[in-house]
Each structure stands twice: as C-alpha cells, then as structure tokens.
Design a binder for this molecule. Structure first.
Ligand code: GMT
Length: 375
C-alpha cells in the first residue's frame, strides 16, 4: 500500500510512534511518505520505500504567524497526487487532522478520493485540544475522519467525555520494537555512571509541565538519602531551568546528569534500575513501555492510560499524581531488595511483550484496508 504519514518530527511520543510505525510498514513492503516540517527525529536510516516530504511555510510580512496548516494541506494535496497515495494516516489531531480533511476536500473536487485515518495521542485531547478555540475543530476533525484510533482506553473515554463525538473510536495501543528495545550488556557504561555500584534511576520526557519532572527530582532526593544512587534525565524542554534549580536547592546536582535529547535511548535504559514517570496526564506512556522492554521497572502516577501499561505491584508501582512520598517508598522497596528488583525486571519485560510491534502493526494495517475498501 502507498501510505502518507503526517506527524510531528520531534522526540515527542506521537512523532516517535508515527515514525516507528512508518518504518515497520516499509519493512513489510509498503511505500511510506512522511510529511512534516522537519526530518522526523527517529527517521535515521535510508530505505528505498521511505520518503520524506518537507512542508515549507512561506513567510510574508503580513503574517505574524505563518499559516502552517494551509502549507501542510497544500503539501498533502501535492503528495497524494504525485505519489498516488492510497491512505493518509495523521498523528495528533491538531492541526494534522483538519489539514488532512481540507486536503481531502480539495482532492475530491479533482475526483481523487483519499481516506484519512486520525490517531489521537494524548495532549491533543487531554490538554491543548480542549482550548475553546480548538475544541470545535478537533470535534469536527474526529467526526469527519474515515477512521479514528486512540492509543489507550483511557484516551478513548477522555475523547468521548470532552468532545461532541458521533462515531466509533478504535483503541490501538502503542507498541515496541523488540529488535531495537532490549537490555544490552553495557557494563562499561554502567561503571562510568555508577562507579561504586550506585543504583541508577532514569526519566525521559520533553520536560513539559505535564510531566512533573520536579517530582522526579524530589523522589530521587528521598531515595538518595537512603541508598547510593544516581539519576539520569533524558530529554529537554521548557521546564529544564526550573528543574536545574530544584536540583541546586536540594543539593543533588552532583548525582543528577542531564543527558539532553538522545537517539539511542535503549543503550541508556539498558544500564538503569528504575524508570520514574510521575506525569499529571499520560494517555499511554510510551517511554515507560520502552523502559519495560529494556527490563526496567516503572514508578509512575496513575494518570490516564498508565495503568493499562504498568501493572501495580508486578512491573512497578502506581501512585496518585503528586504523591512523592509513596513513589520514593515504592522506589526504595524495589531498589533495596535484589530479588524483588530481579523479579520486577522480568515481569516488566513479560508485560512489554503484550505490546510487541509484530502484533500491533496488523491492527493499523486492517484499519487502512477497511477505509480504502470503503472509499
Ligand atoms: O507530551 C508528550 O508526552 C508527547 C506526546 C505527543 O503526542 O507527542 O505524547 C503523547 O503520545 C504518546 C504516544 O502515543 C503517549 O505515549 C504519551 O502518553 C502522550 N503524552 C501525554 O498524554 C502527556
């Protein structure tokens, strides 16, 4: 099949998922055309049936904010025609779904039919999408897509609760590629980070407020008072300087390493003992799944879809958002008991296998087949 994928090119979850999906689809013989304003971060290798089309946003003195959605719709029209796409899969409702639907209307006037599949990822529904000025457009885009998927049951209920939806939403959970994400022997790296056998805690995100990275530091502070430990922070974003300040205030800077944005996350996860994700909202928690695939148990909040990924008391622990004391206590209960850590590592891996790319890929493919048949 010839598939167009519209996505955010950043390290954010929706962009990562969309890129990995496109890569997997190309490996099974499909032709995949990525459309975005930048080369997707995880599109790091060449394949003859993967294409990237950059959306150029022309500037003009009148524009304070150049209209990305218009440029994107125009690019979609161009690529659907030139690559003879059969289906468009857009990730994150704003503005990808409405831009794709505009392109669909334009193409219809030229007698070209292109079905649009929209995947809802999280903050497009739970946060930004609820803004009064976006809500009607998000509702309309969901109702008018040919198929809509959500990455968790929790996100599906949030969508039905907060938007005026008159159609079905299919839940297709996020997935993991075990060929890439698995625990690798990286003893030299572990020794470099924790030369005295300290336990290694890790967090990865885009450092937005919703991730509550400050809580990660507070939890780590309580843990490091009890056992020798280190904290690795992967990613970057608007909260970075606040987080650095919390580290200084708590006097833990020497034990905390900011690694910035990283490509080979699986290499880092391979040396870690515990993953911390205390988010305010989290539709799924792809980063937690990546950790589990590398045999790292997860301490997280019970926000959104996290309880569909992490099994409380088996692959890690869930807590109320903001309950730093409990998250620290749960962390210590795992890190101070080698047998428990060993068991939780194995359980995390077993649980992650439920989200194997090999099983999830066919779910997306059958959605494509359905909408192509219906068009
Ligand atoms: O804020 C983020 O975490 C990035 C965001 C995105 O859309 O780029 O991630 C969302 O989509 C991921 C992939 O489906 C989910 O695993 C994340 O849970 C979700 N983030 C939130 O709901 C906050």
């Amino acid at each position: 099949m010839r598939i167009g994928i519209v996505l955010y090119p950043t390290f954010g979850g929706s962009g990562v998922l969309a890129t990995e999906l496109g890569k997997a689809l190309s490996k099974t013989g499909n032709e995949v055309h990525f459309i975005s304003y930048n080369q997707p971060a995880r599109l790091d290798f060449f394949m003859e049936n993967i294409f990237f089309h950059e959306v150029i946003i022309p500037q003009y003195p009148l524009f304070e904010h150049a209209p990305y959605e218009t440029a994107l719709a125009g690019k979609i029209v161009e690529i659907v025609k030139s690559a003879r796409l059969e289906v468009l899969h857009v990730h994150y409702a704003i503005p990808h779904a409405s831009a794709a639907l505009l392109a669909k209307q334009i193409l219809l006037e030229q007698n070209i039919k292109i079905p649009v599949v929209t995947t809802l990822h999280g903050t497009d529904i739970t946060l930004v999408g609820r803004e009064a000025s976006y809500e009607p457009v998000v509702s309309w885009s969901i109702n008018n897509s040919d198929a809509v998927t959500a990455v968790s049951e929790s996100l599906k209920s949030d969508t039905l609760e907060h938007f005026k939806i008159r159609r079905g939403i299919i839940v297709i959970p996020n997935f993991i590629d075990f060929e890439r994400f698995n625990k690798k022997p990286r003893e030299h790296f572990k020794k470099a980070i924790a030369p005295n056998g300290e336990k290694i805690l890790v967090h990865t995100s885009n450092f937005r407020k919703v991730k509550r990275v400050g809580d990660v530091i507070q939890i780590f502070n309580l843990v490091q008072k009890e056992i020798p430990s280190k904290l690795l922070l992967i990613g970057d974003g608007p909260e970075r300087s606040n987080i650095e300040k919390i580290c200084r205030d708590l006097d833990v800077c020497e034990k905390v390493t900011f690694l910035g944005k990283q490509e080979a996350i699986e290499e880092i996860l391979s040396v870690c003992d515990l993953f911390i994700l205390p988010s305010e909202k989290e539709s799924f928690g792809l980063s937690a799944l990546e950790a589990m695939a590398c045999e790292v148990p997860v301490i997280c909040s019970n926000a959104g879809g996290l309880s569909e990924v992490v099994v409380d008391g088996v692959t890690g622990y869930l807590s109320e958002t903001g309950d730093i004391e409990k998250m620290a206590k749960d962390s210590l209960s795992i890190l101070t008991n080698d047998e428990k850590l060993f068991d939780f590592r194995k359980n995390a891996l077993e649980r992650a296998k439920n989200f194997d790319l090999k099983n999830i890929l066919s779910l997306y493919y059958s959605v494509y087949q359905d909408v192509v048949l219906d068009k």
